[in-house]
Design a protein. Structure first.
Length: 80
C-alpha cells in the first residue's frame, strides 16, 4: 500500500469517528465519564458583501476516547 497524506488523514478521521462512537455507546457508564465527556468548541465565520453572504459553522466535540481512537489509527497506519 502506498502511504501518503490523504490516507493518513482518512485513517485519523476514521479513528476519531470510531472513538466518538465508542464514547457515545459508553456514556451511560458512570465510572468512565472522564473518557466519554466531550469538550465542545464551535467556530462560525461569516461575511456579508450585500450581494453574496456566507456563513459556516464548525462544531468540534472531542473526548478522550476519540483522541485514543485517532492515536490507534495512526499506529495502524504506521503498521500497514
Amino acid at each position: 500500500m502506498k502511504k501518503n497524506g490523504w490516507i493518513l488523514a482518512l485513517f485519523i478521521l476514521l479513528g476519531l469517528i470510531a472513538g466518538a462512537l465508542v464514547a457515545r455507546w459508553l456514556q451511560p457508564v458512570q465510572g468512565i465519564s472522564f473518557l466519554t465527556n466531550p469538550i465542545v468548541t464551535s467556530w462560525s465565520p461569516a461575511f456579508d458583501l450585500y450581494v453574496v453572504s456566507f456563513r459556516l459553522t464548525i462544531d468540534l466535540q472531542l473526548s478522550l476516547l476519540s483522541i485514543i481512537g485517532a492515536a490507534v489509527a495512526i499506529w495502524l497506519y504506521r503498521r500497514v
